[in-house]
Design a protein around this ligand. Structure first.
Ligand code: PLP
Length: 451
């Protein structure tokens, strides 16, 4: 067993069934009830360091070159996987992403304290890197301990597979990727191909791929890398901690995040809760789950007060990374919403594309999922639920560059169910200085920045 500096973490049943298992065991669900596991930390041991000591330690590691602490995830190693050997960590120095002050967009909404956490500014261009560094590192540790794992595998709506393929390639571990055929962006499809993963495109949707990967990984030599594996959540939870740290350890009033399989929002909650448990913060932000109307089982569940989990056949949406009809981390996400007085809201195709375009006009370059979260922000602001003096963080989960057809379609006015109010097509002109100058003057008068 690797060295753990007195801190410890293990798997246990999220619903509370008895039993605990090593992080290095191949186990994904509770053998008693079949529910999800979670990584439980020895919080008493963590409390032996004061809140101030933790803050100072974590701050000292930002930008550090001493391996692996310059990573936003591994800079908090004691809270993530304390026992892993540093030489088995597979990291691209993910995390520590920019918390962008959305000043101009905030002004338009009457919200001067609006921030966008740019998680897409990361090695593979999405939030998923945060969780994948942890999972692949644990696999590398398991292999070094002689466990019989020989490959990692996931079903994906695009970003999970890009992250898994890159981290697995960096570690020299084979990756097997299941994608729903024709339902991921061209950039997302080429990422795992370029990284040498075995890409299997199935004639089904994400939920269909998920069923297949669960079967395939019954064979314990192929390790499951989806977020039902709670190791992913441990890395992803650092985003909440990082946001609070970036505000000098002040907790924002609201955090809005686009949700599909519901791992991210569960992770966000878990990180923020740990800050409370260690006395570093004394309140929780209200968490808002933003869904695409075409794939909205969590929104529908919220309408029935979460009395039962709704599942559905997801429909085609621009927000393809959250096109999921049967979310795996449902119970964890219900807790996240319940315990933070949270809200679930949805956005139509038009609303998400419109919000994304508006944000882009203020200098961002937003993916459709970020657009979904922004559209939900617009609604809650309009309803007066979010007030002008409140501090709001929107989590941008992927880089807009992964979704070029979405951008092109918007500005060409060809997206289904979307009215492209801010379409800004190029102007085709002869190379004639007079014509060019006249056009420039006409453009500047009509410019959205003219005022
Ligand atoms: C995975 C993903 C999400 C949603 O995260 P879940 O854990 O599935 O809820 C949102 N946006 C993007 C871009 C993603 O890749």
């Amino acid at each position: 067993m690797p060295e753990s500096n007195g801190y410890n973490a293990h798997f246990r049943c999220f619903r509370g069934c008895p039993g605990e298992w090593s992080i290095y065991d191949v186990i994904y669900t509770c053998p008693t009830c079949g529910g999800l596991l979670e990584v439980a930390h020895d919080v008493d041991a963590l409390r032996r360091r004061s809140a101030q000591e933790w803050k100072t330690l974590f701050e000292s590691r930002i930008g550090a070159t001493s391996w692996p602490y310059g990573s936003g995830v591994w800079g908090k190693k004691e809270w993530v996987i304390p026992s892993i050997d540093d030489e088995n960590i597979v990291s691209m120095y993910e995390g520590n992403s920019n918390l962008f002050w959305a000043e101009r967009l905030g002004k338009q909404l009457g919200l001067p304290d609006l921030w966008v956490k740019l998680c897409g500014n990361s090695h593979t261009g999405s939030f998923k890197d945060l969780g994948m560094t942890v999972l692949v590192s644990v696999v590398k540790q398991m292999m070094s301990m002689g466990r019989p794992v020989r490959a990692v595998s996931c079903a994906s709506t695009g970003d999970t597979s890009a992250a898994l393929a890159a981290y697995a390639a960096a570690a020299g571990i084979p990756a097997i990727i299941f994608l729903p055929q024709g339902k991921v962006s061209p950039a997302q499809l080429i990422q795992p191909i370029a990284n040498g993963a075995h890409v299997l495109a199935l004639d089904t949707d994400f939920d269909g791929c998920m069923r297949v990967v669960r079967e395939v990984t019954q064979d314990n030599t192929i390790y499951l890398a989806n977020s039902m594996n709670s190791l992913r959540i441990e890395g992803q939870k650092t985003v909440g901690i990082e946001i609070v740290q970036q505000f000098d350890w002040e907790v924002p009033d609201w955090i809005i995040i686009p949700v599909g399989n519901l791992g991210n929002i569960s992770a966000l909650y878990k990180g923020l809760k740990l800050l409370m448990d260690l006395g570093i913060t004394n309140k929780m932000p209200r968490l808002v789950a933003a869904q695409a109307e075409k794939a909205n089982p969590f929104y529908q569940s919220s309408l029935n007060g979460f009395s039962e989990k709704v599942t559905m056949q997801s429909r085609e949406t621009l927000a393809s990374a959250i096109r999921i009809g049967d979310p795996v981390s449902y119970e964890k996400a219900v807790q996240a919403v319940h315990e933070t007085n949270g809200i679930v809201e949805q956005a139509t195709e038009h609303e998400m594309a419109h919000a994304a375009a508006m944000a882009d006009m203020t200098g961002m370059y937003t993916c459709p999922h970020t657009g979904t979260a922004l559209a939900v922000l617009f609604k809650l602001r309009q309803r007066g639920l979010i007030q002008s003096n409140e501090r709001v963080v929107v989590i941008s989960t992927a880089h807009g560059l992964k979704f070029t057809p979405f951008k092109v379609g918007y500005h060409e006015g060809t997206l289904k169910e979307v009215e492209s109010e801010f379409a800004n097509p190029p102007v085709y002109l002869p190379p004639d200085p007079d014509v060019v100058m006249k056009t420039i003057l006409r453009k500047l008068e009509a410019s959205p920045f003219a005022s």
